[in-house]
Write a protein that binds this ligand. Structure first.
Ligand code: NAD
Length: 493
């Protein structure tokens, strides 16, 4: 089959098989101090793709020391913002020059369809470009004062940043942290998730090729409880940015308290997607099916609670079921695939267990509910109707293609149910009534609200959580705040 493979996929396999997948520390690719490695698996075939170096706390120490040296070095701290922008632009160009290869590596490592990972690669390059534009627009302020004093504020980088990512879309997540951190003049140690380290390592090579000075970006892949915990507790790390589960987020906050690291946390979600009877129902139905199926539901902001007004409940439920029932589950490399596998056997078992719980708690299974095939971690799009907001499947983040459809009576009921969750990451409202759209937007407690669309993004839009979906924001101008600190100055004249 490899003989007839498109070039991008061939390049991806060649890269995966070429050379050792080491750690990037101080500008060099090095084996872990312990010499240990771990496997990364293709979730569509369950085959081992390759082995990568497995860092531990010793490697974290070495990487943090390299990042500290790079932070103090004039080759990074002394350069102009315009020069910094050129690095980011060259990284974006490198990503685009290897777009098909990167998309294929991502599809091999996380199982998502090529149609999805191609979009992810484009979004990754876009993020580096967007923050390249920011480097020369990072401002302090000058304050009003009497004639004998001069008062101003300068904005400075945080220093050494620890960046820890989840497995579900590694490239975009890496860019969301690396690009603003670089734009603001920080240095960093990045840990991809152990389930999907490969595109982050390939990105590390492209960052080197873009000429970024040694030690500015270091990459240490390994297990969360060892490497991630060492990063979170490290006394010489100034800032930590974490994307992952709320449970681990809590432990990050505790570990980071030792030296009062500045922390931003992008955590889980259970996002309400709310359809009023006056919406464009055809559009709403189409988007709502995609909202819980994209990346097989492994998206923090997936629309997993579909709240539908009782007057159109049956129509919308039937429409979503009809739309999702023709989604193709299969190989990430088949062009008509809509859903690839889940990331791991563990994740698949977890999702199937939630489906069982849904049935036991009395929800009505309208679509799917099972594993597909015996090889690979594929699960069908699964829709439950007659769900109440108290049921486990409506409360807990499943991180699989499982939808709960819940009915509401009126606007107040929709707001109450939408906000009745420990999470607050994203929400959507479908209505043609402009006033209602604004009322709902204000009433919903979440960091992002879509109106008459779902899951559309733009680098200018920050993401982040209300409540237990985290704190701080990522992307947009807010990331500039997150990767800088301010210094107020008073000079007596
Ligand atoms: P996870 O919390 O298990 O792991 C995330 C990262 O933390 C991994 O790199 C892991 O190795 C590391 N880690 C694990 N234990 C650690 C510890 N004790 N100390 C430090 N680091 C540790 O999450 P996951 O299962 O990889 O990802 C799924 C979760 O991520 C979901 O909850 C999802 O909603 C969330 N997520 C959030 C966003 C967002 O922007 N809000 C985006 C994507 C994913």
């Amino acid at each position: 089959e490899e003989g007839v493979m498109p070039r991008g996929q061939r390049c991806a396999l060649e890269w995966i098989r070429s050379g050792k997948k080491h750690l990037l520390i101080g500008g060099q690719w090095v084996a872990a101090a312990s010499g240990k490695t771990f496997e990364t698996i293709n979730p569509a075939t369950e085959e081992v793709l390759t082995r990568v170096a497995e860092a531990d706390s010793h490697d974290v120490d070495t990487a943090v020391a390299a990042a500290r040296r790079a932070f103090e070095a004039p080759s990074w701290s002394g350069i102009s913002p315009h020069e910094r922008a050129l690095y980011l632009l060259r990284i974006a160009e490198g990503i685009e020059a290897h777009a098909e290869e990167l998309a294929a590596i991502e599809s091999l490592d996380i199982g998502a369809p090529l149609s999805f990972t191609r979009g992810q690669v484009a979004a990754t390059a876009e993020r580096f470009r967007y923050y390249a534009g920011w480097t020369s627009k990072i401002h302090g302020t000058t304050n009003a004062s009497d004639a004998s004093r001069f008062i101003y504020m300068v904005r400075e980088p945080m220093g050494v940043c620890a960046l820890i990512n989840a497995w579900n879309f590694p490239l975009v997540m890496a860019a969301s942290k690396l690009a603003p951190a670089l734009a603001c003049g920080n240095t960093m140690v990045l840990k991809p998730a152990e389930q999907s380290p490969l595109t982050t390592l390939r990105l590390g090579e492209l960052i080197q090729e873009a000429g970024v000075p040694a030690g500015v970006v270091n990459i240490v892949q390994g297990h969360g409880a060892i490497v991630g915990a060492a990063m979170a507790g490290h006394p010489d790390v100034d800032k930590i940015a974490f994307t992952g589960s709320t449970a681990v987020g809590r432990s990050i906050v505790q570990a980071s308290a030792g030296n009062m690291k500045k922390a931003t946390l992008e955590l889980g979600g259970k996002s309400p997607n709310i359809i009023f009877p006056d919406a464009d129902l055809e559009q709403a139905i189409k988007a709502s099916a995609l909202a819980f199926c994209r990346n097989s539901g492994q998206i923090c902001s997936a629309g997993t609670r579909l709240l539908v007004h009782e007057s159109v409940y049956d129509q919308v439920a039937a429409g979503v079921v009809a739309t999702a029932s023709v989604f193709k589950v299969g190989s990430p490399f088949a062009l008509d695939t809509d859903l690839g596998p889940l990331i791991s056997a563990r994740q698949m078992d977890r999702v199937l267990a939630y489906i069982d719980t849904g049935k036991k708690e009395g929800a009505e299974l309208m679509l799917g509910g099972s594993r597909v095939g015996e090889v690979g971690f594929f699960v069908e799009p699964t829709v439950f109707a007659n769900v109440t907001n108290e049921m486990t499947i409506a409360r807990e983040e499943i991180f699989g293609p499982v939808l709960s459809i819940i009915s509401f009576k009126d606007e107040a009921d929709a707001i109450a149910q939408a906000n009745d969750t420990p999470y607050g990451l994203a929400a959507a409202v479908w209505t043609r009534d402009v006033s209602r759209a604004h009322r709902m937007m204000r009433a919903i407690k979440s960091g992002r609200v879509w109106i008459n669309t779902y899951a559309e993004g733009d680098p200018v839009m920050a993401i982040g959580g209300y409540k237990q979906s985290g704190y701080g924001r990522e992307m947009g101008a807010e990331s500039i705040d997150a990767y800088t600190q301010t210094k107020s100055v008073l000079m007596r004249l």
